[in-house]
Design a protein around this ligand. Structure first.
Ligand code: DHK
Length: 168
């Protein structure tokens, strides 16, 4: 279930941008038939395999996403070890999301359900990508699960632990 209330501490912050609440009903030939809740359940199960907890969220509001990202940096408010984000349409417009992600100094993986490079040219550029360690697109809901696997690997490496220690 995508939450909107106050965040509790989790290892992974998984964020979804505008219109992703409509998954399953919105252009299913492009975005697939899974709902966002289906994806949240699958993400939590995959993360559990790696001993990672998940805070899975969606917002249609850029500022709300920015606030959640900012709060991921400080372990007490409430913090996260890594961020997986599908910014939706904000991928192609939002310097504010980019700036917030850079501020966190956390590892970031960007996910798109569709292959944005096979679509309209305005979708070919994502502002968020320059803050991301990796980008997964075109693999549907499976992209989220691959992102969890990749993030679990990233978090095992000493560099991820070091940057966390620096902020603590
Ligand atoms: C989701 C959206 O809502 C679009 O605005 C992006 C992305 C692509 C996706 O493929 O998940 O252009």
């Amino acid at each position: 279930m995508a939450k909107s209330a106050k965040r509790e501490t989790s290892d992974l912050l998984v964020l979804n941008g505008p219109n992703l609440n409509l998954l399953g009903r919105r252009e299913p030939e492009i975005y697939g038939r899974d709902s966002l809740d289906d994806i949240a359940i699958a993400v939590r199960a995959r993360a559990k395999d790696f001993g990672l907890s998940v805070d899975f969220r969606q917002s249609n509001h850029e500022g709300e996403l920015v606030t959640w990202i900012q709060a991921a940096r400080d372990p007490k408010s409430p913090g996260a070890k890594g961020i997986i984000i599908n910014p939706g349409g904000l991928s192609h417009t939002s310097v504010a999301l980019l700036d917030a992600l850079i501020f966190t100094e956390l590892p970031v993986i960007e996910v798109h359900l569709s292959n944005i490079f096979r679509r309209e040219s305005f979708r070919h550029h994502s502002f968020v990508s320059s803050a991301a360690q990796g980008v997964i697109c075109g693999l549907g809901a499976q992209g989220y699960l691959l992102a969890v696997e990749a993030m679990a690997e990233i978090l095992k490496k000493p560099a991820a632990a070091k940057s966390k220690k620096r902020r603590a």
